[in-house]
Design a protein around this ligand. Structure first.
Ligand code: IVH
Length: 655
């Protein structure tokens, strides 16, 4: 993205974020999930880091969202209630530490807390007696919700001390209570709440304390102003004063302990009775924390290290239709790579034509993508606010993208179908061939997985294999014999390929391994092959009119040249002329297993030296290479009086 594009995108992101934050904070309404909103904020933050000159004072990254509701009395906070920047990866955390290490020389230790998904509150005590309770509001002025919060049982009305203190914490709702309230809402025919935080906010920011009392809210205190030497001590003091603190919080001596703590809770969060969306990491020493100061709305000395988002924004780069095993046509969105649930994905299903209409999705749109469990992600919503007018409508094709047959949509079905029963088979065979031993040799990518990848619309041509990301194929993990990670690394490990293999892998009719090798040796690169005329081709060893015709025909189809074009972007095609011609013209047959090399590499060596390998013995055979437990071929060789070479001798020949 160049600077001008970044400027446009930043503008749209700010408008969209502001719109949703206004709905959320001021109107208590929610149109997109917290995670989706977080992902938009993250993209804005990243763009602003890349182009700091585009940061403006009114950017949502610089300002605390939310205005106090008019109905409430206002309370001025004795000190500003700040907010936190988000980190989503260990790398983000390391960057944060680097930034603060530039500013302070003291050793850094951290206090880590669970980040509860609730509402921030401030409690003011005078002589140990609770005076006022407020929400954050705009950070300087909050809403007076004293009466409502007094109904929250674990907030002490009187402390075990007669100090004057300002305490901050979070009010939240446990998961059980959340479900109970939603069941109640449902029974009353009222809309359900999206998440526990919404109920907590809704219960506190309303005018009738009886409603608050009817919902079992809980609280955790996490800060007490101007007390203690370090953050851990603050928690101790809070506990002694009678506040409820979170017993899972932990002192961590360095970032590696912080990472362990975050990883632990990423796995165990489901078991907690309440929702958390990450951890809060705070520079433990109070003096160092203060010295680090505040930038904009956030203290430099602490950060929210969030769990991976299960929803994210993404840009639809293309919509491609996919033919499944039953001929069903599925539109699939090709996305700009985004991270969901901790892995990167590039594909989302659009299910069918009606779904595209329902979502109103266009190519180029910014959308929210999500994954529910182990299924291929789908598109939840189009962010119409993000449109630039450059988006293009998607039109369902009338012909099959694989075999060109006219598509049909049987009455009352939602799916279009390719009526050609051989279509899927044709498509998958070309991919089986592409990954096979003598072609790209992608191990672990068997027919079962390929069928599934095709069915799910994750690939359509061999070129798609190289763009797959781990997260795309996680839905196949249970089904595949290899893990998603292994499959991806197996694919990625084959990004350098000999020209002859490359030519063979294309699956051009009549072009076997030997022909591919002759073509590679003569033409030297793929461009020359693509350009070659029938006459040029017929000058290549052993190529006659039939083979040359198939090659020219294959390259005349745009569909095919497009695949080659895309493959060239992902893989490096190399060509080394044969090292020696020592075995030129000699025909070999292999039988039995060799000790020191596989059959494939034995074959490769023979071909490299100009020889040929045949599957069966005839009077033309020059050598039969016999390994352990040779088959019936050995007997036949003897009968035909063909020279038999054993492993040792063979190794000498190919040296
Ligand atoms: S410390 C400068 N500790 O997360 C704010 N916050 O984005 C320092 N939150 O508004 C807050 N659990 O409402 C802190 N253990 C915890 C928290 C926590 C939840 C919320 C809080 C704050 C937001 C930060």
């Amino acid at each position: 993205m160049d600077k001008e594009e970044a400027r446009q995108r930043i503008k749209k992101l700010r408008e969209t974020i502001n719109h949703h934050r206004y709905l959320y904070h001021v109107q208590d309404k929610q149109e997109i999930s917290d995670e989706a909103l977080d992902s938009l904020k993250k993209e804005l933050w990243d763009l602003e880091q890349e182009y700091p000159e585009l940061i403006t004072v009114d950017s949502p990254t610089q300002r605390i969202g939310g205005k106090p509701l008019k109905q409430f009395k206002k309370i001025k906070h004795p000190e500003r209630m700040l907010s936190l920047n988000d980190a989503f990866s260990e790398e983000d955390m390391e960057d944060w530490e680097k930034r603060i290490k530039k500013l302070v020389s003291e050793p850094l230790n951290y206090y880590c807390e669970l980040k509860l998904d609730g509402l921030a509150i401030e409690l003011i005590y005078s002589n140990g007696v609770l005076q006022t309770c407020s929400t954050r509001g705009d950070g300087s002025i909050g809403e007076d919700v004293t009466q409502n919060l007094k109904t929250v049982e674990d907030i002490p009305l009187k402390l075990n001390s007669d100090a004057d203190v300002v305490v901050r914490g979070e009010v939240f709702l446990n998961k059980k209570e959340f479900s109970r309230i939603n069941r109640e809402q449902e029974a009353k025919g009222l809309p359900k709440y999206a998440n526990p935080r919404n109920v907590a906010a809704g219960s506190i920011r309303q005018l009738d304390p009886k409603i608050t009392a009817g919902r079992k809210l809980e609280s955790n205190a996490y800060d007490i102003l101007n007390k203690g030497d370090d953050h851990q001590q603050k928690h101790q003091i809070l506990k002694e004063f009678g506040f409820r603190i979170n017993s899972n919080n932990k002192y961590c001596k360095d970032l590696s302990e912080v990472f362990k703590f975050q990883n632990y809770w990423k796995k165990k969060r489901e078991g907690l009775p309440y929702e958390i969306d990450g951890i809060v990491v705070i520079v433990n020493d109070n003096k160092t924390f203060e010295k680090l100061g505040v930038v904009g709305k956030t203290p430099r000395g602490s950060i929210a290290y969030k769990f991976p988002l299960r929803q994210s924004q993404a840009i639809i780069e293309d919509i491609v239709v996919q033919v499944g095993r039953t001929g069903a046509i599925t539109p699939v969105a090709h996305l700009s790579p985004v991270s969901i649930g901790g892995t990167t994905i590039t594909r989302a299903t659009l299910h069918n034509e009606d779904e595209i209409k329902r979502l109103g999705v266009k190519i180029g749109d910014t959308v929210i993508v999500g994954r529910a469990g182990d299924v291929i992600p789908d598109i939840i919503k189009v962010l119409v606010e993000m449109r630039t007018k450059k988006e293009k409508d998607f039109k369902m094709p009338s012909n099959c993208p694989v075999c060109s047959a006219r598509l049909v949509r049987p009455q009352r079905e939602v799916l279009w179908r390719c009526p050609n029963p051989k279509c899927f088979a044709r498509q998958r065979k070309s991919i089986y061939h592409f990954v096979s031993r003598a072609a790209f040799d992608i191990r672990g990518l068997g027919p079962k997985i390929i069928d599934k990848l095709l069915d799910e619309g994750l690939i359509q041509t061999p070129a798609d294999l190289f763009n797959l990301k781990e997260g795309d194929i996680i839905p196949l993990e249970r089904f595949a014999e290899k893990s998603a990670q292994n499959i991806i690394s197996s694919i990625q490990s084959r990004k350098e390929i000999e020209l002859s293999r490359f030519i063979y892998s294309l699956g051009i009719r009549n072009v076997g391994e030997e022909t591919a090798r002759n073509l590679a040796n003569k033409l030297q690169d793929i461009e020359n092959l693509q350009k070659a005329s029938k006459e040029d081709l017929e000058n290549v060893q052993d190529i006659g009119p039939i083979v040359s015709e198939s090659i020219v025909e294959w390259f005349s189809k745009e569909k095919n040249t497009h695949v080659v074009q895309r493959l060239k972007k992902s893989v490096r095609i190399i060509h080394q002329p044969p090292k020696s011609r020592k075995l030129e013209g000699k025909i070999f047959v292999l039988t039995g297993a060799l000790q020191s090399l596989t059959r494939e590499s034995a074959k490769g060596k023979i071909l490299d030296m100009g020889g040929e390998v045949s599957g069966s013995i005839s009077s033309n055979t020059d050598f039969v290479v016999a390994g352990d437990v040779p088959g019936t071929k050995l007997k036949k060789a003897r009968d035909l009086n063909i020279k038999i070479v054993f492993e040792k001798e063979f190794l000498k020949m190919i040296k």
